[in-house]
Design a protein around this ligand. Structure first.
Ligand SMILES: [Zn+2]
Length: 398
């Protein structure tokens, strides 16, 4: 079968052996596969990322000298079944991109042990595959994976509906976070990006306030929600709260405070900030600029060493959380949010190419104005990722 392969930073198309499903596995004809930001990064930083994974105990992540078939955001149709698989041939599915091979579990499209879906066919685990419901278009079904990343980040951010969420960076990851914040009922979502094209997409995906950080701070755009922005405000809040509570008759102030603490009413108001850029300096910039007590969820994958000033994070008691991937439940829920029409991912799709257009698509994705998510259709002969007509190649069925 034909596959786009990466080796030593070069992309090319070649014939590779067709995979054969083992017990509990399915063989899919790939219908669509998204190009992920981490695929772009892998072209330059594969070895650094593999070193980190090896330190965490996984030695199988791709290395730059290996021939790798990328692609972990895909939809397909079952065309082959290993023994003990449940899903029938001809079923349209999406699959959580992990596969059992070579005595271990490997991430599909990110390891030489688990070739990905930049190819005509891909192997998946039957247990991790989900039939696509409601006649959802395969283009949109292929967005399950990136939207699951957004859902996981939002859940780890524990954003209350009345809390302000601030999304820094509106590439595919930021757009997925915006979509999932709105699907979760968060009323105020502020989005920030230097690119006008991406700001327009952020609005389409549901952001309530969209700012150009060259012109306006996303944190001042989120003002008026009772966030604390200076040390003296924190001192004043502490003193005045005890003064007020001390004036209450019959109950000592500390008993009232303890009750308020238990129900979460003693925590000062703060936004949840999502870092969706992933380049050095952004985390420090957020820590320095965000309101006091901000919760910061780091979703953008920065592949290089970075610096922060712990003293600044300490002064503001910033709550820093890092997230990776999603759970099988979140993956399932992302698919159903798309299929039920509760999340419209289609506007994220800005182009499609065939396997021969993958290298050009990688170059095109370097320009944030034109493209967000480019899908590969392995049966297309398109070599240029022209914009998809209307930006909406498919919508959920009834
Ligand atoms: Zn990805």
């Amino acid at each position: 079968m034909r596959a786009a392969v990466l080796r030593d930073g070069e992309l090319g198309v070649t014939e590779v052996a067709a995979p054969v499903p083992a017990a509990g596995q399915l063989l899919l004809d790939v219908v669509r596969c998204g190009i992920c930001g981490s695929d772009l990064h892998a072209r330059r930083h594969a070895d650094a990322v593999a070193d980190v994974a090896a330190e965490v105990g996984y030695a199988g992540l791709m290395r730059s000298h290996e021939q790798i078939v990328l692609g972990h955001e895909f939809s397909g149709v079952v065309v082959g079944r290993g023994p003990a698989s449940r899903i029938a041939e001809g079923t349209a599915v999406v699959s959580f991109p992990l596969v059992r091979e070579a005595g271990g579990v490997h991430p599909t499209g990110l390891s030489s042990h688990a070739p990905g879906a930049y190819a005509e066919q891909v192997l998946v685990q039957d247990a991790l595959s989900l039939p696509v419901p409601n006649g959802l278009a395969p283009e949109v079904a292929a967005l399950t994976e990136p939207l699951a990343v957004g859902l996981h980040a939002v859940r780890r951010g524990e954003v209350g509906k009345g809390q302000v969420a601030i999304v820094i960076g509106c590439g595919p990851v930021g757009l997925a976070v915006i979509a999932m914040l709105k699907a979760s009922g968060v009323r105020t979502v502020v989005a920030s990006d230097f690119s006008a094209g991406r700001r327009a997409l952020a609005t389409t995906m549901g952001a309530d306030v969209v700012v150009d950080p060259a012109v306006e701070s996303p944190y001042s755009a989120a003002s008026g929600h009772g966030h604390l922005t200076s040390g003296p405000e924190v001192f004043e809040l502490g003193v005045s709260t005890v003064e007020k509570l001390s004036r209450l008759p019959f109950v000592p102030w500390h008993q009232v405070w303890r009750v308020a603490d238990k129900v979460g009413a003693a925590t000062p108001k703060h936004p949840v900030v999502f870092e969706c850029v992933g380049v050095p300096g952004v985390i420090e910039e957020i820590i320095s600029s965000a309101p006091i007590y901000s919760r910061v969820v780091v979703v953008g994958v920065c592949m290089e060493p970075d610096r922060i000033r712990p003293a600044m994070a300490i002064n503001k008691e910033v709550d820093l959380r890092f997230v990776l991937g999603y759970t099988p439940l979140e993956f399932r829920d992302a698919l159903h949010l798309l299929a039920d029409g509760k999340v419209d991912g289609a506007p994220m799709i800005t182009g499609e190419v065939g396997l021969d257009g993958v290298a050009e698509a990688f170059d095109a994705l370097a320009d944030p104005e034109t493209h967000a998510k480019i899908l590969i259709d392995p049966r297309s002969s398109a070599t240029t990722p022209g914009r998809v007509a209307s930006g909406r190649p498919g919508t959920p069925g009834p």
